[in-house]
Design a protein around this ligand. Structure first.
Ligand SMILES: Nc1ncnc2c1ncn2[C@@H]1O[C@H](COP(=O)(O)OP(=O)(O)OP(=O)(O)O)[C@@H](O)[C@H]1O
Ligand SMILES: CCCCCCCCCCCCC/C=C/[C@@H](O)[C@H](CO)NC(=O)CCCCC
Ligand SMILES: [Ca+2]
Length: 593
């Protein structure tokens, strides 16, 4: 029986007869017993079929075991529980069918391939892959070649692979080299590598559109190429927050099937110039201090990036430097409270309705051009959704995040109800408080306890934030912050350069923030060293997605859905349970693989 893309017939899996059905959207097969009763059904969305091959095919090692002319093999996405993380692990499922005739086999393979093309328009054909050989535990190359490349090959994706030899190579390549023919760009590394791709792609897109990135009021052009992340870093926060698990095979499968997840991006400006882009965290005070501490430990080599080391540092920072608070003026432009709230206890999951409504609001179909991306945001100055609000005081930390920023140690993240693609960010103000109270706030990030339900914490959903230092600052404190009172060795002078207060020639948007001429991060810690600092510094530094910013006074603006990832947001485990791929008819019970 055949209508359009529909096909139904009996097929054999081993010696068991199955009724296989391909409708427009699903491919399913049901075991049928000798009395023609339905037993178990497996249903796979066509969009999650990875590939169809003639014969009985195995991968790893790739071989066609018995290439009979009546068999075909279907590879598809199979879910399994992640055992701790919120999302689901994806694995490669494989099923081998035997047909009564070669003609029927050819009909099935042809029809399945046509259905794939129709229902997965964003599947990549050609990818540009950057591997950071030093990210995380230095396993990037191994992860790519053993786990990812065989899957890409199976899916017929051709890849141009570049193993980076220096920091910022991937960013520079994307800014300058010919990208024609590529559907997407993939990084094998951590948040730092993702950030390189982010800067390269956004910069390239604006250059080509003739837009000025320095102007925070300009509506930036969304990037046409998708970004894929194969996690091989230490924190992998962007991967965790957009997929729900940190797993190279899961991420490779999301890339293969052409999943598409828009992502908000925050541009950070100083004195009318772009400094950097951020997706996960722009944090002053505590988070800046943790990063500065880890930069101090460069001698530890890659170990300093180790996840647990960072969190131990985090713990030590809070205990050891427990009396640090910083004066500042925070101004913010609130988002419309009718759409959502950072305290509404919702979570942005795959298919999030808040993000979908935001897509319509951010990109209304323009009748003039008909282009999805042609409309403009309201300008920052002429915003109709509220007035700037200003607060001044002493803060333990000030953080802005465009998404939840969840990671393995903090499974709900900095702001558990933040959305990936709603065009807003969450501003978290932690006012000066007792060290133990601050520790309690931090500790709540590691559990399901509400970190915002504390009297010294505020959270606001915003579209823009400005941070400045109070005008009547104590001059002595400023000198200390500049490093003048913490010693005179070369390293300390280097830091002064790195934060841009002495080196007035430093470029703002060339991506060299905090790096020397060789691209190496400059040492940024001495002013934080509790051992040699007699007085606490009056200024902290900004941590922008793991990089220290060279300026303290900044303006941040959220750009809704500026980039797209090969991801789909965090899948709700409970919802998957109720519409499982495998349906056991005899027990009428749903089960998950
Ligand atoms: N070949 C290279 N040599 C030195 N540094 C590199 C090279 N390639 C990339 N980098 C830089 O290394 C930095 C860290 O890499 P990456 O983000 O992959 O790992 P990580 O820091 O361990 O992970 P995370 O950012 O998730 O904590 C990035 O900022 C990137 O610019
Ligand atoms: C008592 C101790 C409890 C510890 C709980 C700490 C709370 C953790 C909240 C999670 C914050 C993750 C934000 C992500 C930031 C990334 O863009 C960035 C690059 O990878 N990572 C860091 O800067 C690394 C920054 C590490 C910060 C801890
Ligand atoms: Ca957001």
């Amino acid at each position: 029986m055949e209508t359009d893309l529909c096909l139904e017939s009996s097929l054999w899996v081993g010696n068991k007869r199955h009724r296989a059905v391909l409708t427009g959207w699903h491919f399913k097969w049901t075991e049928v017993d000798k009395k023609n009763r339905d037993k178990k059904t497996v249903s796979v969305p066509v969009s999650e079929v990875v590939g169809v091959e003639e014969g009985r095919v195995e991968i790893l090692p790739r071989k066609s075991a018995e290439d009979t002319d009546k068999d075909f093999t279907v590879f598809y996405v199979k879910r399994s529980s992640s055992g701790g993380s919120y999302g689901l692990l994806w694995r490669l499922g494989r099923i081998q069918f035997s047909c009564p005739s070669r003609a029927l086999r050819d009909q099935w393979t042809k029809q399945l391939r046509t259905a794939l093309k129709t229902h997965s328009p964003l599947r990549p054909h050609k990818l540009l892959v950057f591997i950071n050989p030093f990210g995380g535990k230095g396993k990037g190359r191994q992860i790519y070649h053993s786990l990812v490349a065989p899957l890409f090959e199976l899916a017929g994706i051709s890849c141009h692979v570049i193993v980076t030899e220096r920091a910022n190579q991937a960013r520079d390549h994307l800014l300058k080299k010919d990208l024609a023919g590529f559907d997407g760009v993939v990084c094998v590394g951590g948040d730092g590598m993702f950030s390189e791709l982010l800067h390269g792609l956004i910069g390239r897109t604006q250059q080509e559109a003739g837009l000025c990135e320095n102007d925070p009021a300009v509506t930036l052009q969304p990037c046409p190429l998708h970004i894929g992340i194969i996690p091989a870093g230490s924190t992998d926060c962007v991967c965790y927050a957009t997929v729900g698990v940190v797993d190279p095979v899961t991420s490779a499968l999301h890339i293969i099937i052409g999943d598409s997840q828009p992502l908000d991006v925050c541009s950070v400006h100083h004195a009318s110039a772009l400094v950097r882009y951020s997706v996960s965290m722009v944090g002053y005070g505590f988070y800046g201090d943790v990063l500065a501490e880890s930069e101090k430990h460069r001698w530890m080599g890659p170990l300093r990036y180790d996840y647990s080391v960072r969190f131990v540092q985090c713990f030590c920072t809070v205990v050891y430097l427990s009396n640090r608070s910083y004066a500042g003026i925070v101004e913010y432009l609130p988002a419309d409270p009718l759409f959502s709230s950072p305290r509404d206890k919702t979570r942005c999951l795959s298919g999030c309705s808040v993000c979908s409504r935001s897509t319509e609001r951010l990109f209304p179909q323009s009748s003039e051009s008909g282009s999805l991306y042609s409309s403009h945001f309201s300008q920052l100055s002429a915003d109709s959704e509220g007035e700037w609000v200003s607060v001044e005081g002493r803060f333990r930390c000030v953080s802005l995040t465009c998404m939840s920023s969840s990671c393995a140690r903090s499974p709900l993240g900095l702001s558990p109800s933040a959305h990936l693609a709603d065009g807003t960010g969450d501003l978290i103000l932690v006012w000066d408080t007792h060290p133990l109270a601050f520790l309690k706030f931090l500790h709540r990030h590691t559990s399901t306890q509400d970190q915002f339900d504390l009297p010294f914490v505020e959270v606001h959903r915003v579209k823009a934030v400005r941070f400045s230092l109070p005008k009547n600052r104590d001059e002595e404190g400023q000198e200390e912050a500049r490093g003048a009172s913490v010693g005179t060795d070369e390293e300390e002078r280097g830091y002064v350069d790195a934060i841009g207060r002495v080196d007035s020639q430093q470029h703002l948007a060339d991506g060299t923030a905090g790096r020397d001429q060789t691209g190496k991060q400059k040492t940024a810690a001495p002013f934080l060293c509790g051992l040699c600092c007699r007085k606490p510094p009056s200024e902290s530094v900004w941590n922008c997605d793991g990089e220290i910013l060279p300026f303290t006074e900044i303006l941040c603006r959220i750009h809704g859905q500026l980039v797209r990832l090969y991801a789909r947001g965090i899948e709700d485990g409970a919802a998957i349970d109720s519409c499982s791929q495998e349906i056991d008819e005899s027990t009428a019970r749903c089960s998950r693989y």
